[in-house]
Design a protein around this ligand. Structure first.
Ligand code: C2O
Ligand code: CU
Length: 467
């Protein structure tokens, strides 16, 4: 006889595995122009594009295993989609214009209907003319809660945006200019967390916070640290770490996330900060004003979060492919073939190789395996369940944040395999090998999440067979 507790646990697991019986979250999300006060009030509001009127959008918080039915209404002046970043989703719901669906025209609608299999911190954004639409503010958190979440006093999602504003605090144009496209991407000049330049909370000494950090910037690599807060990284890109790591300096590339469990160590009367190290010094992304004491004693380090169910890698005998990344300023790319421009643009052609001048005239600056833009054939066609290894060689003078859709992968290193991630940040000149179990059928994009790089050609795709 199972105990009552075992029975309840078994039932919950069965429900989570059978989406039709799971909780359903039915909502609408509208993308439209809006005004937002992201800079100090004396400069007035900024005209943005927003989900439901806010930057970032309010987003969603659901239980693991929930079926999300979300009607997307497009009130933008251009076609759009929603991509649910990091969710191991049904391919038809992945939101990639030109690959998994047609872009939704202005005035149109699309019903996204999918199950969230993994707990963790995710987010969503357009995948159609992504550079412009995300840079104008279209981002929102998607939080999937564990059945048994860790004990914390507060759980705060911080969506970090990097805005390029002009002197009137309006969003600067020039999306897709080749200077951004061939250098570090569209870096902004104003950072916000949850749409505010200097968000503040009251807090108490020894209070335990879970901070869910989402780097929603189109290009900026965040170097994060804390003052008056101390604790652990418990998850990266939504996926729990088997062993929480002390939080010291954390690098978060575009699209990456980190879940931190931090205790307030500052004394009452002192502030505590989450800090982004910028070239001109530390910048407070979030300020906690410590006004009292939550408990007299510090708490023990947090336990690992309950793991999500990922298939184990089968590295021996795995299929291995190379991905050569070339181009950009000071890259010396001699020639490449022009692929398709997915993402709501004009179609390309797959003629013979052309030189850099012609690539740039067509808006391209980068090539993956000799093709700028989407190649006709996928990088790899995997059988379902097969382990795939990809050796990424960054033969450019720039860092890149490579993101694979529909799967999480592991960096394969000499000391073993790293934690499951959906985006890997690579240094200039670096070679990184990743491996993943191709267990989610469909056509999945694999691209740089520095969105000006993606727009300038840094994209490919993988295909996973139905069986
Ligand atoms: Cu977050 Cu292909 O994107
Ligand atoms: Cu890049």
């Amino acid at each position: 006889m199972p105990t009552r507790r075992a029975f309840l646990t078994g039932t919950a697991a069965a429900l989570a595995a059978r989406p039709s019986l799971a909780a359903v979250s039915e909502t609408t999300v509208t993308a439209a122009p809006a005004m937002a006060q992201i800079v100090p009030a004396e400069y007035g509001p900024t005209e943005v594009w927003a989900y439901d009127g806010a930057v970032p959008g309010a987003g969603l918080r659901v239980a693991q295993g929930t079926r999300i039915r979300r009607r997307f209404v497009n009130r933008l002046p251009q076609a759009s989609t929603i991509h649910w970043h990091g969710i191991r989703i049904d391919n038809a719901m992945d939101g990639v214009a030109g690959l998994t669906q047609d872009a939704v025209p202005p005035g149109g609608e699309f019903l996204y209907d999918f199950v969230v299999p993994d707990a963790g911190t995710y987010w969503y954004h357009p995948h159609s003319n992504t550079l412009e639409q995300l840079s104008r503010g279209l981002t929102a958190p998607l939080i999937v809660e564990e059945a048994e979440p860790p004990e914390v006093d507060r759980d705060i999602a911080l969506t970090i945006n990097d805005w390029r504003l002009d002197e009137n605090a309006q969003i600067a144009g020039g999306f897709g200019n080749m200077r951004d496209g061939s250098h570090a991407g569209r870096l902004g000049n104003y950072l916000t967390a949850n749409g505010e330049g200097d968000p503040q909370w009251d807090a108490a000494r020894n209070e335990r916070l879970r901070l869910r950090l989402i780097n929603a910037a189109s290009a900026r690599v965040l170097r994060l640290s804390a003052l008056g807060l101390s604790g652990h990284v418990v998850a990266l890109d939504g996926m729990p770490l088997a062993v929480p790591e002390p939080f010291a300096d954390l690098v978060l590339g575009p699209a990456q996330r980190a879940d931190l469990i931090l205790d307030v160590t500052a004394e009452a009367g002192e502030p505590a900060y989450l800090v982004s190290e910028e070239r001109d010094g530390g910048y407070a992304l979030a300020t906690f004003n410590v006004t009292g004491t939550a408990s007299a004693v510090a708490r023990p380090a947090p336990a690992a979060l309950p793991p999500n169910r990922l298939e184990p890698l089968e590295l021996s005998g795995a299929r291995a492919v190379d991905l050569r990344m070339e181009g950009g300023a000071m890259g010396g790319l001699a020639e490449a073939r022009i692929g398709m421009r997915h993402d709501g643009g004009h179609g390309g052609h797959m003629g013979g190789p052309v030189g850099m001048r012609e690539l740039v005239e067509n808006g391209f600056a980068w090539a993956l395996n000799g093709v700028a833009g989407m190649p006709e054939a996928p990088l790899v066609e995997a059988a379902r369940g097969e382990t795939v290894r990809v050796k990424l060689v960054n033969d450019t003078a720039w860092p890149h944040a490579m993101h694979l859709h529909g799967h999480h992968f592991h960096v394969v290193g000499e000391a073993g395999t790293g934690p499951a991630r959906d985006t890997v940040l690579m240094d200039r000149g670096q070679t990184v090998e990743i491996a993943f179990v191709a267990d989610n059928p469909g056509s999945w994009m694999f691209h740089c999440h520095m969105l000006a790089h993606q727009a300038a050609g840094m994209m490919t795709w993988v295909r996973v067979a139905e069986s």
